[in-house]
Design a binder for this molecule. Structure first.
Ligand code: NAD
Length: 420
């Protein structure tokens, strides 16, 4: 009997009843939140499948723990395990200072070509929020994860490479720009293949989950050949590959201004009735104000790496902050996926058993959904929501709520388990 998750020839995951799933416990608060979360996962799976399914957790090393035990921040065995077992989960990792590793997370994403950074943002009743109607926020962000200015091609101000590149730009490409004496340079990369596979994943998600729209968020008005091209390739994918399943609106604000909100809503309902996903676009800075003004107009969001970074945190803040924001890095073609809490290691709080484990718990929920274990995932979401609705919360929420009961990380998990 196989215990390894694999990718079928039809592009669907094959998940055995007892899969081996590698996990990285994480640094700082990682062990506290992991120990709480894994008890929730195991109990939810046991409950949902009456003991007929169970995950065999396999610890793999990364971060400080790996460095202390092996002298290596990201041992080859860890990458091999994610490579072999396809689906894994990780806690937050310290970013090593110096030593040639920019970020362990970036290294993992690169090694496995995890081209989608997936971040759902949805509000749970009772979670403290800085906005009036957090219940209007229900978005899923598809952030491109391998390209853009984030790819790491940068040259230090004053370095020989930076000077050479400036010379090349001025003399070979006739770029009319006078570089100031100390100018660092970074390269922004946006490819057709990279943009299209990201938008495809977003549209597939919208179709699979009956979601009303995919919004392409970009700065194509200024960066025409990178962000502008991303938008165009996105519309091309919709029109050429999903013609019968999508309906192109184009620029969202203009559409809404021309039609008015009412007609736009009616058209939206019509598209939904026909089972079609509306594809629209919006400039990134405007998007950041519109998520505050009209969050109900957005559902699935597809965007480039840097925009996605800002947007994910802004939306996370609207529904309760990073203590409750889950995430995943996925390659839908190979099936490789690493689920992760989106916050960092919060080292000041290591071993205090005080931090909120919701982020890693909800990342596990995403993992169970990805594996097709929807019943276990639903059970956890319901129990977590009920625990928060009871106002039994960790210190981050407790400090912002009235009449709440303060519990430790481990006790919060106990409460969820009791409600499963
Ligand atoms: P951080 O996210 O670790 O912490 C910032 C603050 O957020 C904390 O002080 C705490 O108040 C709050 N917070 C974080 N997690 C919480 C939780 N689960 N519950 C309640 N409150 C929580 O950010 P930082 O201090 O800038 O970074 C610390 C380290 O983490 C750095 O080494 C950084 O590079 C790394 N980091 C790792 C990841 C990752 O592995 N995904 C992400 C971001 C930062």
């Amino acid at each position: 009997m196989s215990t390894t998750i694999s990718m079928g020839s039809d592009g669907k995951l094959i998940v055995p009843d007892n899969p081996i799933v590698p996990f990285i416990i994480g640094d700082g608060i990682g062990p506290d939140i992991w120990h709480a979360a894994v008890r929730v996962f195991d109990r939810a799976v046991e409950k949902a499948y009456q003991g007929n399914r169970a995950i065999t957790w396999k610890e793999v090393l990364a971060g400080e723990k790996a460095f202390q035990q092996t002298g290596n921040w990201l041992p080859a065995e860890t990458l091999d395990a994610f490579q072999q077992y396809l689906v894994g989960i990780k806690g937050p990792l310290t970013t090593p200072i110096g030593g040639g590793i920019r970020s362990l997370n970036v290294a993992l994403r690169k090694a496995l070509d995890l081209y989608v950074c997936l971040r759902p943002t949805k509000w749970f009743t009772g979670v403290p929020s800085p906005v009036l109607h957090p219940e209007h926020v229900n978005m899923v962000i598809f952030r491109e994860n391998t390209e853009d200015i984030y790819a790491g091609i940068e040259f230090d101000a004053g370095s020989a490479e930076a000077l050479q590149l400036q010379e090349f730009l001025n003399h070979n490409l006739k770029v009319d720009y006078t570089f100031a004496q100390h100018t660092g340079l970074g390269i922004k990369l946006v490819s057709e293949a990279g943009s299209k596979r990201l938008v495809r994943a977003a549209i597939d998600h919208a179709i699979a989950h009956n979601l009303p729209s995919v919004t392409l968020v970009h700065k194509g008005n200024i960066m025409k050949y990178t962000e502008g091209a991303f938008k165009q390739w996105g519309f091309d994918v919709a029109e050429q590959e999903y013609a019968d399943k999508t309906y192109t609106w184009g620029q969202w604000e203009r559409t809404k201004a021309e039609k008015g909100q009412e007609e736009a809503n009616a058209e939206q309902r019509q598209a939904e009735a026909e089972g079609k996903v509306i594809i629209k676009d919006i400039i990134a800075d405007n998007f950041l104000q519109q998520i505050l003004l009209a969050p109900r107009d957005f559902s699935v969001v597809a965007t480039l790496n840097l925009n996605g970074d800002y947007i994910s945190d802004a939306l996370a803040a609207m529904v309760g902050g990073i203590g409750i924001a889950p995430g995943a890095n996925i390659n839908y073609k190979t099936g490789h996926a690493i689920f992760e809490a989106t916050h960092g290691t919060a080292p000041r709080f290591a071993n205090t058993d005080t931090m909120n484990p919701s982020s890693v718990i909800l990342s596990g929920v995403m993992m169970l959904e990805y594996m097709g274990w929807q019943e276990a995932a639903d059970g956890i979401v319901k129990a977590l929501a009920a625990t928060i609705a009871d106002k039994t919360v960790t210190v981050d929420f407790y400090n912002l709520m009235e009449n709440a009961s303060l519990v430790k990380t481990s006790e919060f998990a106990d409460r969820i388990i009791a409600k499963l």
